[in-house]
Design a binder for this molecule. Structure first.
Ligand code: NAG
Ligand code: NAG
Ligand code: NAG
Ligand code: NAG
Ligand code: NAG
Length: 484
């Protein structure tokens, strides 16, 4: 090995390759100052009084680099860098307020319902029959306002099952393996506001089954093998605000105007279904829609106008689908969008103008998305963006105005240019020239002095080792250097 090595160094090719290496080094050095100016030059714009790529410590005048935000350690003296780490961008907070207003807690504990099964508990006007082994709907007094029959063995809901409970506001039937829901099961529940049927065995919901539920605000159908719904499944739900159909095996959505009977629908959750596509007018009548989750479906493509008329949309989750390409102006009708998650989609590129209309966006998820054509221009229109999630931390250098960029660096590498430091940059240049001239000197000397001499041999061996270190895996390095 070593002999071969020394021999090659005597050939003219070896001199050429050493020299090529030098040229390489020089070329790398020339590119460094160029990229440095590009990243630091015209883009640099103070955000909240801090240089780009830095964030302020709350109301203090201290600025810290982006990567220290939410890294689990207090870096700001006032700990402000660990605040707001949960990405509760705007809308989620707002929703919490609405949610609390809809269901104020009544805290009196005295029972005011006379008739109810022994195995149940009574609190005020509420009856809780949880894990009570019930096989049918129990008889209770008519003035009950909340009936929970969670985790029992009820298998069907017959006609007029709840007709006498005209004051009922909340009805919980989850975890029963209810298979049959009669079309008149919920007749007469004119005051009902919240209905949960999750974790059951419902495969069919007849059109009109909810038609008396005019006051219903929440409908939760998670974890049922429903597979199909039509526009008329939701007839009568004129007050519905929240519809959750997570893990319901849906294969497709009605082709047009899903919200025809639910004009006030604001929150729609279709996570974990098998939806393959969205029709051009499926969401057309959903004018109040604010949150839409289509996470973990099988959507391959979305038509250009899928989201037209959704002027109130604040949070859109399209993550974990099979979307390869997005129409350029798909987001153009979503001026209020604050949260967008496109993570875990096999997108192969993103158009530079893709996000141009999302001026209110605060959080953007692009985890697991390769963006070969990434550029600063893509993200610049989103002035209010505070959170961004990428596949690689290197992408963070293209979004210096965003306060929180994930993933954080690996701790070893950094996109911040180390070579911005003048001393370091000058040293690298000096080293490069010494190496270059050193190599030229040796090559020159070897052609002039033909005679073999120990000092030369050593010189060349050191150089070779240096050269091979750049080209070979670590294992080879030890073989070569061991030879010295
Ligand atoms: C920063 O805000 C905290 C409370 O949020 C306040 O107590 C403190 O005085 C403020 N500091 C400055 C420098 O304004
Ligand atoms: C509920 O009805 C029973 C009679 O069925 C009555 O005694 C009780 O006062 C009622 N409670 C309320 C809160 O109306
Ligand atoms: C949906 O199904 C997944 C996987 O089976 C499960 O992890 C998740 O908890 C389910 N979600 C709901 C809301 O039931
Ligand atoms: C975006 O979606 C991915 C995959 O579904 C999820 O892991 C991630 O938490 C989401 N990001 C945000 C900010 O919600
Ligand atoms: C950015 O957010 C602030 C407050 O959160 C809001 O007043 C402002 O209008 C937003 N800017 C844009 C361009 O939407």
């Amino acid at each position: 090995m070593y002999v071969w090595h020394d021999a090659t160094m005597r050939s003219p090719q070896s001199a050429v390759s050493v020299f090529t290496l030098d040229l390489c080094l020089i070329w790398i050095l020339f590119t460094i100052p160029i990229t440095t100016t590009k990243a630091a030059g015209p883009e640099r714009r103070p955000s909240e009084g801090c240089p780009l790529g830095h964030f302020p410590c709350g109301n203090m005048s201290i600025c810290l680099p982006q990567v220290l935000h939410c890294n689990g350690q207090n870096d700001c003296p006032n700990g402000a860098d660990e605040d707001n780490c949960g990405d509760n961008s705007g809308w989620a907070d707002l929703f919490d307020q609405i949610y609390k207003r809809v269901y104020p807690q009544e805290l009196s504990t005295e029972c005011q319902v006379e008739q109810y099964p022994d195995r149940c508990q009574c609190l005020n006007n509420e009856i809780h029959c949880v894990h009570a082994g019930l096989r049918s709907i129990p008889q209770v007094s008519a003035n009950v306002t909340f009936l929970s029959l969670r985790s029992n063995e009820i298998r069907m809901l017959p006609d007029k099952a709840f007709i006498k409970y005209i004051k009922l506001q909340r009805l919980f039937l989850q975890d029963n393996c209810i298979g049959t829901v009669s079309i008149h099961a919920f007749s007469g529940l004119y005051k009902l506001q919240k209905l949960s049927l999750s974790q059951n065995c419902i495969s069919l919901l007849s059109p009109g089954v909810f038609s008396d539920l005019r006051k219903l605000k929440w409908l939760i159908l998670d974890d049922n093998p429903i597979t199909t719904i039509t526009v008329n499944t939701f007839t009568g739900l004129s007050s519905l605000f929240y519809l959750s159909m997570v893990n319901t095996s849906l294969e497709q959505l009605p082709a047009s105007r899903l919200c025809t009977h639910m004009p006030l629908l604001s929150w729609l959750d279709f996570e974990g279904n098998r939806i393959k596509s969205l029709g051009l007018s499926t969401l057309l009548a959903c004018e109040h829609l604010t949150v839409l989750s289509l996470r973990a479906n099988l959507i391959k493509s979305l038509p250009e106008n899928t989201f037209q008329s959704l002027h109130m949309m604040g949070d859109l989750d399209l993550s974990s689908n099979l979307i390869k390409e997005l129409p350029i102006s798909i987001f153009k009708d979503l001026p209020s969008l604050q949260i967008l998650n496109l993570s875990q989609n096999p997108l192969d590129h993103i158009h530079p103008d893709q996000f141009n209309h999302l001026i209110q966006l605060q959080s953007l998820g692009l985890e697991g998305v390769e963006i070969p054509n990434i550029q600063t221009r893509m993200f610049r229109p989103m002035n209010n963006l505070s959170y961004i999630y990428f596949k690689k931390f290197q992408y963070c250098s293209y979004t210096p105005h965003v306060r929180k960029c994930k993933p954080n660096s690996d701790g070893l590498s950094s996109f911040e240019d180390l070579l911005a430091n003048v001393v370091l940059r000058v040293s690298v240049w000096v080293m490069a020239f010494i190496t270059c001239f050193g190599n030229l000197f040796v090559i020159g000397m070897r052609t002039v002095l033909r005679a073999e001499n120990n000092l030369h041999a050593l010189c060349i061996k050191v150089l070779c080792c240096e050269y091979q270190r750049c080209r070979l895996p670590d294992g080879c390095l030890s073989v070569f250097c061991g030879g010295l």
